[in-house]
Design a protein around this ligand. Structure first.
Ligand SMILES: *[C@@H]1O[C@H](CO)[C@@H](O)[C@H](O)[C@H]1NC(C)=O
Ligand SMILES: *[C@@H]1O[C@H](CO)[C@@H](O)[C@H](O)[C@H]1NC(C)=O
Length: 431
């Protein structure tokens, strides 16, 4: 019966054309095999997992580790010169390997965060070049099981475990109204999170170069501008950094709201292009919420600002989720969080969007013994803290589009979820 259901689902969704279709609609374990399957979902430019043979999908020469991306952009190119067509070297390497100490696997990602699609801005450009590249490196434990976290040590199986437990309104605001909360040092010890920076020669990637923080050196890495990774919560499948859903002043990046009497900010949305990316600080291209351009869609070639496009300007979250190709409107990965957990897109396996009471305060969900984050149409949009988190009824007061889940909402959402599951089940049987 279950097998039939699974087969029916696969047939219904018809994902045969997608290389890693096995992981659309399902979640990941901490195995090497799952790490490698996940790795193949990235639009990487170089990989050689477990010391296997080198894979350079964009390599025109035997040692070309990068992709040369071209776009007709009326404006400034990444090398700071105005041309009619820009090109830049995009570098994204993803590797799964056995951990140095202990058991399990590491996933190592090196990126320069330059997009595999067009960007737009009138006044500046993300820094980059078509002649050389530098990379930011992140190494983290692959999908550590929740109960294997250091913080869960000694807990009984039936004891609830929250890595982040925000008990008061102040706790919620302090965590979710801070754009620089995602410090590597706040990650669980058993994740062994490490960072490095490189000038493109990989000479600095020896094990002893990895540290708890990367060390910006504008002489050796002139094409990198981020002094630390505190604003970065994860990396999208196309190598672009995913930032917290906040602006520098801590307010929601898109739907800001003042909440401290002594600090009154101008309530402006950050300026984003049609892929919902921006680079208003650190000359670094990034997303502050889910970007549909993570998928290979025509929007990647569009050049413009969100606020000049009526559909994007009027309801940008609606715009973001409407742009998702229909075959991907299911549970599908969009990137990796700094804690090594998978970040999934805004759609559930039922084809509906994730609702406020279905995610915890970190925007995450338990998948059996494992944990992952999901993209939402409400703040914090992607990752709000390192999960698993509790589900307080307080919401972040720096957002006019917060996760709202009162106890009443929670009950009604349970009914919707149960009702939806039954409908879905019946649907599968009928087919
Ligand atoms: C907004 O952008 C989308 C995606 O590029 C496009 O399909 C649509 O026509 C644009 N709408 C307007 C009013 O420019
Ligand atoms: C915008 O779209 C979201 C869904 O993405 C919806 O929940 C919300 O009500 C819409 N907002 C407005 C102002 O129409």
């Amino acid at each position: 019966m279950l097998r039939n259901l699974a087969l029916t689902l696969l047939a219904t969704i018809n994902l045969a054309d997608f290389a890693s279709s096995a992981f659309l609609g399902s979640s990941f374990s901490d195995s090497l095999q799952d790490c490698v399957s996940f790795m193949h979902m990235f639009d990487y430019t170089f990989s050689n997992s477990q010391g296997g043979s080198a894979d350079r999908p964009y390599g025109l020469t035997s040692n070309q580790d990068y992709e040369m991306v071209k776009c007709s952009i009326p404006g400034i190119c990444p090398d700071d010169i105005s041309r009619t067509t820009c090109q830049w070297m995009r570098i994204l390497t993803v590797v799964c390997q056995a951990v140095q100490t202990g058991t399990g696997y590491d996933i190592q990602v090196l990126t320069n965060s330059l997009p595999n699609h067009c960007y737009y801005s009138q006044i500046s450009a993300p820094v980059g070049s078509f002649a050389k590249y530098n990379t930011y490196g992140i190494r983290t434990h692959w999908n550590l099981a929740t109960r294997s976290m250091d913080k869960a040590t000694g807990l009984l199986r039936n004891q609830v475990f929250y890595n982040t437990n925000l008990a008061t309104q102040t706790d919620v605001n302090n965590q979710l109204c801070d754009g620089k909360w995602a410090k590597g040092a706040t990650l669980d010890n058993n994740i062994y999170y490490r960072e490095a920076m490189d000038d493109g020669t990989y000479n600095t990637y020896a094990n002893n170069k990895w540290a708890s923080d990367w060390n910006l050196n504008t002489v050796t890495t002139p094409l990198l501008r981020m002094p630390d990774s505190d604003a970065i919560v994860g990396i999208a499948l196309n190598g672009v950094f995913i930032f917290a859903g906040n602006q520098e002043n801590g307010l929601d990046a898109f739907f800001p709201k003042n909440f401290q009497h002594d600090k009154q900010y101008e309530l402006n949305r950050i300026d984003i292009d049609l892929c919902l990316g921006s680079f208003h600080t650190f000359s670094t291209y990034r997303y502050h919420m889910f970007s549909p351009c993570i998928y290979d869609i025509k929007l990647r070639d569009q050049v413009g600002l969100c606020r000049r496009n009526d559909t994007c300007d009027q309801n940008l979250t609606q715009y973001a989720v409407d742009m998702v190709p229909s075959v991907m409107k299911t549970q599908a990965p969009i990137g990796i969080a700094k804690d090594g957990r998978v970040i999934y897109g805004p759609y559930k396996i039922t084809g509906e969007l994730w609702q406020p009471c279905e995610v915890d305060i970190c925007n995450g969900v338990n998948f059996g013994s494992f944990y992952g984050y999901v993209a939402t149409v409400f703040h914090p949009y992607v990752v709000g803290c390192w999960g698993p988190g509790n589900k307080p009824s307080y919401h972040a007061q720096c957002s006019s589009n917060p996760r709202l889940c009162s106890n009443a909402n929670y009950l009604s959402s349970m009914f919707t979820v149960i009702g939806g599951a039954i409908m879905f089940f019946l649907y599968a049987i009928i087919l």
